[in-house]
Design a protein around this ligand. Structure first.
Ligand code: TXA
Ligand code: MG
Length: 335
C-alpha cells in the first residue's frame, strides 16, 4: 500500500513518513530538481529495495541527501576545501559533489565505489523530511528506470504506486532537471552530469572545472555509471530538431499521416503545423527545463507515436543540462 501525503505549509504532516524512512521504508519526496525515491542510507535493505522499486541496474550508484553540514561529515571521509567553498555558494541547491566515502556508507549505496555523491536539496519539504528522519537519505530520481524523471507527484503516483510506502506531494519541481554531478576526487573538478548549476557558475569559484571528456563528445566511457544507460525516454519515438523547425518537420508530418502515426510537437512557441498534439513548452530555457519531463509524459498520455522537439541553439546556463537530457531521451536522433 502506498500512502500519499500532501504538504502545503505545515511540515508536521511529515512526521509519520520521517519515522517510516528511519525504519527502512521507501518514501518518494519532492526536491527542487526532480522527485526522489528516498531511503535511509544506513539501512541496507531499504537501499536494496530502492533499486528493486525502480528496476535500476545495480551498478548505478545513488546520491546521498543531507539536511546539514553535520550530516555531510558523517557520510564522507573528509570534506575537501573545494567542497567547503562550493557549499557556501550553491548549497542547499542543485549541486551534487563526489567525495571519498566514510565507512558507514555501504557499497550498495555507491555500487562498489569508494566515493559517494552527496547533495543538500533546497526544497523545504525535502529538507524538513531529512532533518526529521535524522538519517542521510539516498534518493535516485523517483521514476521507473529508463522513463522520464518525475517533476510532479502525479508522475510519481503513475510510476511507483504499490512499489513504495509513501509519496509526498510537494507540488511541481522548480528546476525540473536533475542536479549537476561534480567529481571532486580527481586532479581537477569534473562535471559528470550537467544540471541545475552551470559550468560557468562553478568556474567562478573553481576556475579549473571542466566537463568530463565523455560529455564533450569525446569517445570515452562515461565516469558516472548512470550516464551510459538510455534515459528519460517517452514511449513515443522522439526526434530533436535543430535549426528551422517548420522546414524540417513539415515533410515528416506528411509521412506520418500516410502511415497513420500521430505526431506531437514540443516547441518553445506554438508552430503553424498540422500536427495532432502541440505543447508550447515556454518562452525561456528555464521554462523548457522545468516542463520537459512533464511534457514528454503528457505526449505519451495523449497517445503520440512520434514527438518532434525543438533543440535550443543556446549553450549557456541551464541549456547544457536541457540539451543533455533531450539528446539522451531521443537516443541521439537529431534532424
Ligand atoms: O537532482 C538530483 O540529483 C536527483 C534528486 C532526487 O536529488 N537525483 C538523481 O539521482 O538524479 P539519480 O540516481 O537519478 O542520478 C544519480 C547520478 C547517476 O548518474 C549516478 O551514476 C551518479 O549520479 N553517481 C552517483 N554516485 C556516484 C559516484 N560515486 N561516482 C560517480 N557518479 C555517481
Ligand atoms: Mg535518474
Amino acid at each position: 500500500m502506498t500512502k500519499i501525503i500532501k504538504v502545503e505549509q505545515d511540515m508536521s504532516v511529515l512526521r509519520e513518513a520521517a519515522q517510516a524512512l528511519r525504519e527502512g521504508k521507501l518514501v518518494a519526496l519532492p526536491t527542487e530538481t526532480v522527485y526522489g525515491l528516498g531511503a535511509s542510507a544506513f539501512c541496507e535493505e531499504a537501499v536494496h529495495n530502492t533499486f528493486k522499486a525502480k528496476g535500476r541496474p545495480q551498478d548505478n550508484p545513488l546520491i546521498v541527501h543531507v539536511s546539514d553540514r553535520e550530516m555531510l561529515s558523517l557520510v564522507v571521509k573528509q570534506i575537501p576545501p573545494e567542497a567547503e567553498l562550493l557549499m557556501k555558494h550553491f548549497w542547499p541547491g542543485p549541486l551534487t559533489m563526489i567525495m571519498e566515502k566514510a565507512d558507514c556508507i555501504s557499497h550498495t549505496v555507491t555500487a562498489g565505489l569508494d566515493t559517494v555523491a552527496v547533495r543538500m536539496p533546497s526544497h523545504p519539504v525535502a529538507r524538513a523530511l531529512i532533518e526529521m528522519s535524522g538519517v542521510p537519505v539516498t534518493a535516485p530520481s523517483a521514476n521507473l528506470s529508463g522513463s522520464p524523471s518525475t517533476t510532479r507527484a502525479e508522475h510519481v503516483i503513475a510510476d511507483l504506486t504499490g512499489r513504495v510506502d509513501y509519496i509526498i506531494d510537494g507540488g511541481a519541481s522548480e528546476v525540473g532537471l536533475e542536479s549537476t554531478v561534480l567529481d571532486l576526487t580527481g586532479e581537477v573538478p569534473q562535471i559528470l552530469r550537467p544540471g541545475g548549476i552551470s559550468l560557468k557558475q562553478l568556474q567562478t569559484y573553481l576556475p579549473q572545472t571542466t566537463y568530463e571528456p565523455a560529455l564533450k563528445g569525446e569517445n570515452t566511457t562515461p565516469k558516472s555509471p548512470g550516464m551510459k544507460y538510455r534515459h528519460y525516454a517517452p514511449q513515443a519515438d522522439l526526434f530533436l530538431v535543430e535549426g528551422d523547425f517548420v522546414k524540417k518537420v513539415e515533410p515528416r508530418l506528411e509521412e506520418a499521416k500516410k502511415s497513420g502515426r500521430r505526431v506531437g510537437l514540443l516547441c518553445q512557441n506554438r508552430q503553424e503545423l498540422a500536427a495532432d498534439f502541440h505543447i508550447a513548452i515556454g518562452a525561456t530555457l528555464e521554462d523548457y527545463a522545468r516542463n520537459l519531463f512533464d511534457s514528454l509524459r503528457k505526449m505519451d498520455e495523449l497517445g503520440a507515436d512520434i514527438i518532434f522537439a525543438q533543440l535550443p541553439a543556446e549553450d549557456d546556463g541551464i541549456a547544457a543540462a536541457l540539451k543533455n537530457r533531450l539528446r539522451k531521451a531521443a537516443g541521439g536522433h537529431v534532424l
